[in-house]
Structure formats: structure tokens, C-alpha cells
Design a protein around this ligand. Structure first.
Ligand code: ACO
Length: 334
């Protein structure tokens, strides 16, 4: 019997219209355009409207990914959303809301929480569902309205994050040349205090104390996270390349998580990637967490840089702490 593989057959993204520039942030907190550019590489980030939600952005990205796949709504048999800024913190899941907005009925839908690693985590889940024969066409979405948990008086975090969404269709194929090659996803909860949104949750249910102390905002140990990110991302990429006997020079598109240009540069240099191989979008979108990697893939797809059959290396790191890397053939329309 022939084997079933999981194939990455389309990409889509959504970027909110409103732009938050470094110059605007200079007026909000004690920072400068020069500091932000030098320490992070970020120049602008996009911010959703107050009545534009994570599910709205996920819907737009998902709709585009479905259109580009050539499939119909009825072909989709699983909807997965990675987000740490869901429409509702408890229920319903954002995946359920997106399914409804897309008109996808009676299929399994759920969210996962893996912060910036969410999209690559979803790739591993989709791969497992497809290779086991349980599902055939899976819509995966990374969508974040990070502005809803950012404290715009905290200069250590508010300069970094933006909003947006990216989505992909992962489908079953028997053609091994279209298959996702490998995915490695991992976590270490002993660093859970590096990146945390203390409320709302069972530890800190909503109360006046939560509001007064701003516990509903993301808190980050930036410098510690930075150092661990460089070390972990580099190690993880080395591991997946060696395991699959692939050299750095054979990677056409190295797509790292877009958190800070200095992290991207340090990892790229350690792995001997040249500038043409490394995809950078952090200057215009900032860190969009689970949406960062699919938004970057969509950028190179729309600019004509990503073509059918090309090899991508994805590498990500985020709260949890979580990290993940993936070797993926882009099997979108020729
Ligand atoms: N403007 C001006 N000065 C600032 C700013 C700012 N926006 N932010 C911090 N500073 C100051 C600090 O107060 C400190 O001042 P001091 O020396 O007087 O105490 C100085 O700059 C250096 O601070 P550091 O925190 O050491 O600066 P660093 O070079 O580490 O840059 C940054 C901070 C940009 C946050 C960086 O650490 C970073 O990018 N961290 C990693 C983020 C990341 O990878 N997150 C993972 C994914 S996110 C997710 O999963 C959701």
C-alpha cells in the first residue's frame, strides 16, 4: 500500500492597515527610533482596529489560503488555530469562530497555545493527522492581536509586537517529492517565567488587583529570552539539518521567527546562511508571534521569491518556552 504524506500546498496572510511607527512610539514611551532600529531592526508594526479581532484576521488569511489551494470549503476536514491572543481566553476557541466565518461546517476545530512557535507546532499536528490517515485537507492558522495584551507604557515590550495572521493548507499526497520532510518541536517549562501573561487564568482570575497591577499584559525577561533564543534556534537548526543530511547551502529560504533582527542575524551567521537565503520581515511587521512565520512565507510567495518545489527551513522560538524547526517543500500552485 502506498504511503500518505503531508504536503504544504498554499499560503495566505492578512496584515491590518493601521501602522504604528517608531516615531509614534517615541511619543508614548521613553524610547527613540534609533534605539529600536539598532536593538531590534523594527521600523513599523501593524495594529488591528479595536473592532477587528484575532478571528477576523485569521478568517482573511484562511480564506486566501483556501482560494490559493484550489480546494473548496467542503474539502477542509480540520481547522487549527495557533494563538495566545484568542478572541476569548476561555471559550469558544478562535478556530471555531474562524470556521464559522468561513462557512466550514461540522469539522473538528481547536486552538493551540505555543506562543511564537504555534504555527510550526501546528505543522507537526497536521502532519501527524494526515500521515495517520485521519484527515486529508487541514487549514492551519497563526493569528495574533498582540496589541490586546501589550502594555503601551512598557518600553521593553510595546516596541516589539504587532498584529496579523497567516494561514496554510496542509493536504494528503502520495507524491513524496511534495512531502514536508521533517519537523522538530520541543519545550522546556522551567523557563515559563521568561514570557508570561499573568491574567486572566486560574492563577489570576479577573479582579480589581489584576487591573490595578496590569497583570493582563505580557511580561518578558527580554535579555534572558534573547540569549536563550539565539542558542536554542541555532542548536535546533543544526540538529534538523544533520538528521536529514541537508547542508545549509541547500536551503533556499531560511525563515526564522521574526522577533528581533539581531537574533535572526546571529542565528543566520552561526549557520553560515547568506543574506539571500534569510527571509526578514521584522522591520515592517515587528513580532507577530504565531503569525510571524506564515506572514513571512506569504511575503516571499507574493513577491515571487518562493516557487513550487523549493525547500524552506522554518525555525521558531517563543513563550513556554517552546521552539520548533521544520524542513518543508513548498508545493503551492506552479
Ligand atoms: N528604548 C530605550 N531603551 C530601552 C528600551 C527601549 N524601548 N527597552 C529597554 N531599554 C533599556 C533598558 O532599560 C536597559 O537600560 P539600562 O542599561 O539603563 O538598565 C537597556 O536598554 C538594555 O536593556 P536590555 O533589556 O538588556 O536590552 P536588549 O539589548 O536585550 O534589548 C529586547 C531588549 C529588544 C527586548 C531584546 O532583549 C529582545 O529582543 N529579546 C528577545 C525577544 C524574543 O525573542 N522573544 C521571544 C518570542 S516572543 C513570544 O513568544 C510571544
Amino acid at each position: 500500500m502506498s504511503k500518505t504524506y503531508a504536503s504544504f500546498i498554499s499560503i495566505g496572510a492578512y496584515v491590518p492597515k493601521k501602522v504604528l511607527t517608531n516615531q509614534m512610539l517615541e511619543k508614548m514611551v521613553d524610547t527613540t527610533d534609533e534605539w529600536i532600529k539598532k536593538r531590534t531592526g523594527i521600523e513599523t508594526r501593524h495594529i488591528a482596529e479595536s473592532d477587528e479581532y484575532t478571528s477576523d484576521m485569521g478568517y482573511e488569511a484562511g480564506k486566501l489560503a483556501i482560494e490559493r489551494s484550489g480546494l473548496s470549503i467542503d474539502d477542509i476536514d480540520l481547522v487549527l488555530c495557533a494563538t495566545v491572543t484568542p478572541d476569548y481566553f476561555n471559550m469558544p476557541s478562535t478556530a471555531c469562530i474562524i470556521s464559522d466565518k468561513l462557512g466550514i461546517k461540522n469539522v473538528q476545530a481547536f486552538d493551540i497555545s505555543a506562543a511564537c512557535s504555534g504555527f510550526v507546532y501546528l505543522l507537526s499536528i497536521a502532519k501527524a493527522f494526515i500521515e495517520s490517515g485521519m484527515k486529508k485537507n487541514i487549514l492551519i492558522i497563526g493569528s495574533e492581536k498582540f496589541s490586546s495584551i501589550v502594555d503601551y507604557t512598557d518600553r521593553g515590550t510595546c516596541i516589539l509586537f504587532g498584529d496579523g495572521a497567516g494561514a496554510a493548507i496542509i493536504s494528503a499526497t502520495e507524491d513524496k517529492t511534495k512531502a514536508m520532510i521533517d519537523i522538530h518541536a520541543s519545550a522546556d517549562g522551567s523557563y515559563s517565567d521568561f514570557l508570561v501573561t499573568p491574567a486572566p487564568g486560574s492563577v489570576n482570575p479577573v479582579s480589581q488587583k489584576v487591573i490595578d497591577k496590569g497583570l493582563n499584559f505580557v511580561k518578558m525577561k527580554g535579555n534572558e529570552t534573547f540569549k536563550l533564543a539565539v542558542k536554542t534556534l541555532t542548536k535546533d537548526v543544526k540538529h534538523i539539518l544533520e538528521k536529514n543530511n541537508i547542508a545549509s547551502k541547500d536551503i533556499l529560504h531560511f525563515i526564522p521567527h521574526q522577533a528581533n533582527y539581531r537574533i535572526i542575524k546571529a542565528v543566520g551567521d552561526a549557520l553560515k546562511f547568506n543574506e539571500e537565503q534569510v527571509v526578514v520581515t521584522v522591520h515592517k511587521y515587528g513580532n507577530t508571534s504565531a503569525a510571524s512565520i506564515p506572514m513571512a512565507i506569504n511575503d516571499i510567495y507574493e513577491s515571487g521569491r518562493l516557487k513550487y518545489g523549493e525547500l524552506m527551513l522554518l525555525d521558531t522560538f517563543g513563550g513556554g518556552l517552546t521552539w520548533a524547526s521544520a524542513l518543508v517543500i513548498f508545493a503551492g500552485k506552479k
